[in-house]
Design a protein. Structure first.
Lengths: 481, 136
């Protein structure tokens, strides 16, 4: 008899694990209370990209005159149409996953899953129907949800999370975004393109204050926000909010003490907006799923602990994805990679999860993408490194596209010329990062990248050009520059 | 690009090695980019200026200028507190190309050590520096 695998959660971690387990001959059941695809497909990666595509189209239309296109009248987003298209993208992709499930005879139960013991999940479906899924091994892929600010709870209308921000039927005239991390910055550009007046409040001293994101990328993004009249308030927090006559009044105050402000406004600032979008992080979906019946180990914040094989402290119970917390990078592609590892280990193939060479994409305007170490991290690890930069505006393709902002930065080891990190801020950065990821994964040197012929005219030439610069032989730069 | 002889370099200004110009008194000093700098940068597409009341030391970065070709930082020629910035540049950065000494000015400061102006170059010395080719 084949091994029975039960997977709780059908996001990019759970559904990928299910397919891999089925490929390895397991009898697989997936229990999911929401639609297949998880946060990624239903509330995150994919719907925001649908919104982003429309936002970019609006931006392009606004540059019509410059680009030699005559547009009569003004261009506005049609949110009703946009929501229809967004939902169609989601539905068609979801259907595709279900078809793959069918082809592998994977059982999909759209039910609330409640863990009774390490080999039994109670699936509570519609109209209170229940069924127990008995398994040999279990994979928890239960995901995360937006974190709330206790003093400013979500009401789904005036104070919203990213879950609601992707489903607005009207463009808010003004919106205040709390949190200048990845999600907050992405939405700031989207709503700005839609025509909202956007204010972004971030408690730290820079946007996207993640150790894996190069500080120069944050500076460029802040400048691009300034160009687009997005109001950015760094070192600030929202102390409280008042609601009246359909508006929200946010009381913004510095997160720093007086001395650290260096001339910045010290007094409290009051801003009246239509909506507040809170993007201050996410929390694990570990509540009311019966996890206490497993007795598995979680950290102080409720994130599940696993070993390198994705197994929790309970033998035979694996965990993957967002529920492992930010230490393991809460990204869809990480969840999928963990899903493959968990499924293989559950079925007798021993494989460790590796978080090395992990690309991160951020869909701001322009985009950001990073892989490997930052200059700062490399120095902390005692590498002797050099950092070289190449501006996109030195490329013919970027000039022709009219998208010249940004650069590629390469971090390389001075001793052996190995590529240690690539940080891109610029057009199509999230697609361009794949070459850098492969270079680092394969242990490539800057010579390898510099000597690789890159098609002209493409944005990918930036990777080659920056590698030339790392060899002190930049081509499209002034001598000595 | 202009030859050195073609450059517009007013007699009454002082120039920094980083191609900023300075004009004013102990009370108020205007700062901008030289004709040489705007000519080398090419078409200016964006100027990022500091907030009023910010205090900078001589040599520190006070702003960023983007052209179609490159991105450059701008350095304080003398120390002081920013008292005004040229708001017109936000939507009309090309003024730096068109009128580097008048409409294209960058910031106005209250100098903290006005004597620093003596460390800056007069027109002839600036031209001589440009002539030697050790600029940039």
């Amino acid at each position: 008899m084949s091994t029975r695998i039960a997977i709780l959660g059908a996001g990019p971690g759970g559904y990928v694990a299910a397919i891999r387990a089925a490929q390895l001959g397991a009898q697989v059941s997936v229990i999911e209370r929401d639609n297949i695809g998880g946060t990624c497909l239903n509330y995150g990666c994919i719907p925001t990209k649908a919104l982003k595509t429309t936002a970019e189209l609006l931006e392009t239309f606004r540059r019509a005159h410059e680009m030699g296109v005559k547009v009569d009248g003004e261009v506005w987003p049609n949110m009703t149409r946009l929501m229809v298209r967004k939902q169609r993208v989601i539905d068609e992709f979801a259907e595709g996953i279900l078809r793959i499930f069918d082809s592998y005879k994977i059982q999909f139960l759209k039910s609330e899953g409640y863990v009774l013991e390490p080999n039994r999940i109670r699936a509570k479906g519609m109209r209170n129907s229940t069924a127990d899924v008995v398994s040999d091994k279990m994979i928890l892929a239960i995901g995360s949800r937006p974190l709330e600010i206790p003093s400013l709870p979500f009401d789904g209308h005036k104070v919203i999370s990213s879950d609601e921000a992707i489903s607005l039927n009207e463009v808010p005239e003004s919106i205040l975004i709390i949190g200048g991390g990845i999600i907050g910055c992405e939405f700031a550009f989207i709503f700005n393109s839609f025509g909202s007046s956007v204010t972004l409040v971030e408690a730290m001293s820079r946007l996207i204050p993640l150790p894996s994101v190069d500080a120069d990328c944050s500076i460029i993004i802040q400048r691009e926000m300034r160009k687009r009249k997005i109001r950015v308030l760094l070192n600030n927090t929202v102390a409280r909010a008042e609601f009246n006559e359909g508006k929200v009044r946010a009381f913004i105050k510095p997160a720093l003490s007086g001395e650290e402000l260096n001339g910045a406004e010290e007094k409290q600032l009051i801003q009246e907006v239509d909506k507040i979008l809170v993007c201050v992080g996410r929390k694990p979906n570990t509540q009311s799923m019966g996890l206490e019946n497993l007795g598995l180990q979680m950290d102080n914040n409720g994130w599940i602990t696993t070993n390198d094989f994705m197994e929790t402290t309970v033998p035979g119970v694996y965990a993957i994805g967002d529920a492992l917390g930010p230490a393991k990078a809460m990204l869809a592609h990480v969840a999928s990679a963990e899903g493959l590892v968990a499924a293989e280990n559950a079925l007798g193939i021993s494989r460790k999860m590796s978080y090395e060479t992990l690309p991160v994409g951020i869909w701001t305007s322009p985009e950001i993408a990073c892989v490997g170490v930052t200059e700062e991290q490399a120095r902390e690890r005692r590498y002797t490194v050099r950092a070289d930069k190449f501006l996109f505006r030195a490329l013919g393709k970027a000039q022709a596209m009219g998208e010249i902002a940004g650069h590629v930065k390469i971090i390389s080891d001075v001793q052996n010329k190995r590529v240690l990190g690539i940080h891109i801020v610029g057009p199509h950065a999230t697609d361009l990062i794949a070459e850098g990821t492969l270079a680092i994964k394969m242990g490539a040197t800057v010579d390898d990248v510099a000597e690789t012929i890159h098609a002209h005219p493409t944005l990918s030439e930036a990777l080659m050009e920056v590698s030339h610069r790392a060899l002190d032989a930049g081509i499209h730069y002034l001598k000595g520059d | 690009m202009k030859s050195i002889q073609e450059l517009n370099l007013p007699e009454d200004l002082r120039y920094s090695q980083d191609h900023e110009w300075v004009r004013g008194s102990e009370e108020k000093v205007m700062i901008g980019l030289t004709d040489y700098a705007q000519d080398q940068l090419g078409r200016i597409v964006y100027v990022e200026l500091p907030q009023v009341r910010k205090v900078f030391k001589k040599g520190h970065v006070f702003g960023v200028i983007e052209s179609a070709k490159t991105v450059s930082e701008m350095y304080m020629p003398i120390s002081g507190e920013v008292s005004d910035v040229n708001g017109l540049l936000e939507n009309s950065p090309h003024l730096v190309n068109k009128s580097p000494y008048q409409e294209g000015w960058m910031i106005e400061i209250k100098p903290s050590e006005f004597s620093e102006i003596d460390t800056l170059l007069k027109k002839e010395a600036y031209m001589e520096m440009l002539g030697k080719g050790d600029a940039d």
